[in-house]
Design a protein around this ligand. Structure first.
Ligand code: KG4
Ligand code: ZN
Length: 335
């Protein structure tokens, strides 16, 4: 029996809705990005994000149903991101999902945003099955996760301070490149020398897979500050490439070590930073030396979307993991 899940995502600055059949077949995937609205502030402004979600969410859901050529009554369940994220933004999605589920008498499925990012790999790689290790790197998170089965996850490493995407965004700001910084650094780095400047690759402890990106961020800022004080010029592309190389080296080293530790032959990437071309290339090259393959979602499924939430919702549906009308948004929801 085919199962249709309506997914809803509003944890940050994308209002998204999608209809997915049997977890992996995307019938529609609508994303309304607010990035232009937040650009002038150099980052996401929570109140503006919540307000915009309220304005657009009904139209985004209607379009998702329309594109999928289904009505609400055809849907088997409504899956929604309930954390982690900006609490006001999350509440818009959660309240809307509750209202729809209640009115249409459908089960309501609570989804963890990071689990959703991981599930994006099942949509792009229809033959992918657990177990594998997944690096989730986005603007808000940097986690190495052991995916034991479709609903059982264990964190093997996480950032102690900044997320990888956050570091990309901050360095792009000091280089005056714009927002969001990740894609801009990725592009500029192609013209630079990644070995021009050696920025630190932080290792907290020999056996610890946790990340720390605040050191490399400070090192880049100090480097630029010193040159500015001495009125010396610098090559922006070299700085971008050298910074990116430092972050990517650490992401690769820790993730491959995790994969070796749990003895898996598959690494998956997820989250906005999984779109980074150097990360994809380096991880693939380095992992191959250990006989490990590297997979990543198509670019549209790397950044925030609701197809990944509907995919996670399908597997939660099979387990009967439903929420009632007391479901609330949880800003710092743990994995
Ligand atoms: O997953 P996402 O859309 O939202 C969060 O859940 O945070 O990730 C957004 C983050 C931003 O920090 C953005 O700069 C980064 O992903 N990003 C990239 C690239 N594309 C997006 N970072 C590095 N290279 C990229 N190509
Ligand atoms: Zn995300």
């Amino acid at each position: 029996m085919n199962k249709l899940i309506l997914g809803i995502e509003s944890s940050c600055d994308e209002t998204a809705a999608a209809v997915v059949k049997d977890g992996r077949d995307v019938l529609s995937n609508i994303i309304n990005s607010q990035v232009d609205l937040h650009k002038k502030y150099g980052g996401v402004v929570p109140e503006i994000a919540s307000r915009k979600h309220i304005e657009t969410i009904d139209a985004v859901i209607d379009e998702a149903l329309e594109r999928a050529k289904v009505s609400l009554s055809d849907i088997d369940a409504v899956a929604v991101t309930y954390g982690p994220g900006l609490v006001g933004a999350l509440l818009v999605g959660v309240s809307t999902a509750k209202a729809l589920a209640y009115a249409a008498k459908k089960p309501l499925i609570p989804i963890h945003h990071i689990k959703g990012h991981i599930m994006a790999n099942f949509i792009t790689h229809t033959d992918l099955e657990p177990p594998f290790v997944c690096l989730v790197a986005s603007g808000g998170h940097s986690h190495i996760v052991s995916v034991k089965d479709y609903t059982n996850f264990e964190i093997l490493g996480r950032t102690r301070d900044d997320a990888a995407g956050e570091a990309f965004d901050k360095i792009a700001r000091v280089l005056e490149l714009g927002y969001p910084g990740g894609p801009l650094i990725d592009k500029l780095a192609k013209e630079g020398n990644p070995e021009a400047i050696h920025f630190p690759r932080v290792r907290i402890d020999k056996d610890c897979l946790d990340f720390s990106f605040s050191g490399v961020k400070t090192a880049v800022i100090n480097y630029l500050h010193k040159l500015n004080q001495n009125n010396e010029n610098y090559n922006k592309a070299d700085v971008a490439a050298s910074f990116q190389a430092a972050v990517v080296d650490v992401l690769c080293e820790h993730t491959i070590e995790a994969a070796v530790k749990v003895d898996t032959r598959t690494i998956a990437l997820a989250g906005g930073v999984a779109a980074n071309s150097t990360l994809r290339y380096k991880m693939t090259q380095k992992a191959a030396q250990y006989g490990i393959r590297v997979l990543y979602p198509s670019p549209i499924l790397c950044t925030d979307n609701a197809a990944m939430i509907a995919c996670a919702g399908y597997y939660a549906y099979l387990e009967g993991n439903f929420a009632d009308m007391t479901l609330n948004a949880i800003a710092n929801l743990q994995l």
